[in-house]
Design a protein around this ligand. Sequence first.
Ligand code: NAP
Length: 263
Amino acid sequence: MSREIQTALVTGANRGLGLETARQLAARGFRVLLACRDRRKGIAAAEKLRGSGGSLEVEELDVSDPRSVAALAARLRASRRTIDALVNNAAIALDGFNLDVARRTIDTNFYGPVRLSEALLPSMSDSGSIVMVSSGAGELSILSPALRKRFLDRSLTREGLSALVERFVDHVRRGRHEAEGWPTSAYGVSKAGLNAYVRILAPELAARGIRLNAVCPGWVRTDMGGAGASRSVAEGASSIVWAALAETRESGGFFRDGKPIPW
Ligand SMILES: NC(=O)c1ccc[n+]([C@@H]2O[C@H](COP(=O)([O-])OP(=O)(O)OC[C@H]3O[C@@H](n4cnc5c(N)ncnc54)[C@H](OP(=O)(O)O)[C@@H]3O)[C@@H](O)[C@H]2O)c1
């Protein structure tokens, strides 16, 4: 049975697409938990959203820190809060390319959402939705045909996927990533990994009625997208909100503007 007030948790909610997604969900009457790595920035964001509708709470969360993820999951379980929509939005797009960039990008953009989703599963509503904010930059076409085949392998497990992503980091460490078919984009690989995770986990979560989708918001005018991007934050966030809503029945797909896009 659906409860009257739905709760959404949005990561990286203090600015950009996360802030606007929180605003749009609050306007639809959601109670929104703004999960931010800097609590003061979270409080400032909540101030900005005051009057948007719904209610707003701030939760401290650094998605790249397993202890921070575990602490948030424990707080939610202790307070018996149920999450109807989990929006994994927080991510980084660092300048340059080297081992440190590869490691930090994979830890934040791939392991962050994966770890948080798994830690929050006990708190998820059985008809809930998990949104992975991904990117067209993670399209499989960035990989060599051999790697593409491995990412698409139907027998790929969660553990096998982590091992594959770790191979990328190892190949960067050994200066062999191009020879091994990887792009010079840790961001692209992190999102390709996230998309593969959606393909692997969505069928398992369907047993509980939980939907899991990847969404590309398009090229959006945020700190990450830059001022020259083609879309407003409102346009980009509405793709994300679409996937978070209970009336969206799709699961296991990759969407922009509510329409499927190629992996
Ligand atoms: N903008 C685009 O054109 C575009 C295109 C395709 C996909 N996307 C995706 O859309 C999502 C949002 O992007 P955006 O453009 O809004 O980016 P943004 O303006 O750079 O904002 C990123 C947000 O993520 C947070 N964050 C980063 N690392 C974090 C961590 N370890 N723990 C918790 N929060 C963290 C940041 O917090 P701080 O303020 O503390 O740094 C900030 O709130 C990302 O997943 C991005 O990959 C964006």
